[in-house]
Design a protein around this ligand. Structure first.
Ligand code: HEC
Length: 107
């Protein structure tokens, strides 16, 4: 390996280390399935609502993103909305909220 290549590998590692570890495609697929199957079991497979309220972008954009992430992490005590923090990191909950804000069924 040339010195130039070594230098660029090390600088790439430094960049990756500085930012939050990128989420693997496999984990993104798991989270997507969790959204559709588990969240969807209450919020509707197309997020139009069921036992839980609709999670469509136009509704969610009215709320602060951090509050939505908190709802996913800690649930809503006294309602059917469970806390997901045993299964999800805050970054993962944020990733899921961002998918919902984009619209999970949009192409
Ligand atoms: C067992 C049913 C159930 C499951 C499973 C569930 N939720 Fe909920 N969720 C609810 C209910 C009920 C509410 C409304 C709570 C309230 O009245 O404040 C809610 C509220 C929310 C809200 C706040 C919506 C708003 O308008 O403020 C978000 C965001 C949310 N859920 C996301 C999720 C995500 C993401 C998942 C999957 C990781 C999930 N929920 C799984 C029942 C559920």
């Amino acid at each position: 390996m040339s010195r130039w290549m070594l230098a660029s590998v090390f600088s790439l590692l430094a960049v990756a280390g500085a930012a939050a570890a990128p989420m693997s495609t496999a984990r993104q697929e798991q989270l997507h399935n969790l959204l559709v199957q588990d969240c969807g079991s209450c919020h509707g497979l197309t997020m139009r609502g069921g036992l839980g309220p609709a999670l469509l972008p136009e509704r969610l954009h009215e709320r602060p993103r951090a509050a939505l992430i908190d709802t996913v992490m800690y649930g809503r005590p006294g309602t059917a909305m469970p806390p997901w923090n045993p299964m999800l990191s805050r970054e993962e909950a944020a990733w899921m909220i961002d998918r919902l804000l984009e619209g999970i069924n949009s192409p």
